[in-house]
Design a protein around this ligand. Structure first.
Ligand code: AMP
Ligand code: ZN
Ligand code: FE
Ligand code: FE
Length: 287
């Protein structure tokens, strides 16, 4: 379907939440549940952007047709720059790219090794928990600290999910371990090579210097709408987008479960015209 065929004035009214997680990574709901919840929240277009996996995207495409929700291929990759985590969102990549699949397999394998390192640290300070306890929670999903936190609750090591982060596995805490090092530039290259567009996720967490560095190194856009945005920040990020002729994405970063963020669905979105702009950009620049 060419862009001109798909484009109607109505697209300006369409609501797109381009940042959603499922239980393919550290979200609570299944792909189908997320699509159903998105539909109920009045969303027309969504992107499932799980950490280091596109399994949910592949599943979502057919389910989306059933519920009448358009699915944009999406993904969230964690990179780091000078000890700051920089999350990069990807859209419109080739879901059958072998190279992308190989990178994602590598990142997931590294996440597993990191989970083992966190468990070893927890054991060394007397917390009795095994990688099997974590796998019981994570199943086949991309392993993240939220799974470790839940396993710690299940084992009675902490009284709640947040205590696990605050006391043990939160950034800089006693059992914290970094993910594998990946520069933001490499993350963008992996995405671009797979035919996709790269965006700075939740930029509210980043300094202006880092945002400028990402723009200089060829990021395609910025997530201007996100629940973590402080007042006026959306307009501020839109200013940067306009100044540097970038693309714009936005969404709820919905995870469900412990986050208790169901009410964010339908509240954090960009218009369908932003998605059209992405398609137009790809047609103009990458055809
Ligand atoms: P990971 O990708 O394994 O580093 O896990 C990151 C995820 O852990 C984030 O997306 C949050 O969901 C969760 N997280 C990180 N820090 C905290 C914290 N201090 N309190 C609660 N959840 C956290
Ligand atoms: Zn997450
Ligand atoms: Fe993120
Ligand atoms: Fe996210």
């Amino acid at each position: 379907m060419s862009n001109s065929e798909s484009y109607t004035a109505n697209d300006f009214m369409r609501k797109a939440d381009l940042h959603l997680h499922t239980n393919k990574s550290d979200g609570f709901y299944s792909v189908e549940e997320v699509i159903k919840l998105a539909k109920e929240a009045g969303l027309d277009i969504i992107s499932i952007t799980d950490h280091d996996t596109i399994d949910g995207v592949k599943e979502a495409i057919d389910i989306g047709k059933f519920y009448g929700v358009e699915i944009i291929p999406g993904l969230e990759i964690s990179s780091d720059f000078l000890d700051t985590e920089v999350h990069i969102l990807a859209y419109f990549f080739d879901i059958d790219s072998k190279e992308l699949d190989e990178y994602l397999n590598f990142f997931r394998a590294e996440r597993y090794k990191r989970a083992v390192r966190i468990i070893n640290k927890l054991n060394s300070i007397g917390q009795s928990i095994s990688i099997e306890d974590v796998l019981e929670v994570a199943g086949k999903s991309t392993i993240g600290r939220p799974h470790i936190a839940k396993a710690m609750v299940n084992k009675g090591l902490v009284s709640n999910y947040y205590e696990a982060f605050n006391k043990y596995i939160g950034n800089g805490c006693v059992a914290y371990e970094k993910k594998v090092h990946l520069s933001p530039q490499s993350a963008c290259k992996i995405i671009n090579d797979a035919g996709g567009l790269s965006f700075i996720a939740h930029p509210n967490n980043l300094s202006d210097e880092i945002i400028k560095m990402l723009i200089d190194s060829g990021i395609d856009g910025i997530e201007t709408i996100h629940p973590s945005n402080l007042p006026n920040k959306t307009e501020y990020f839109r200013g940067i987008v306009n100044e540097y002729f970038l693309l714009e994405c936005g969404g709820s970063d919905f995870h469900g479960g412990e986050r208790n963020d169901l009410s964010n669905l339908g509240k954090y979105y960009v218009s369908g015209s932003k998605v059209d702009a992405m398609r137009n950009f790809l047609i103009r620049n990458r055809a």
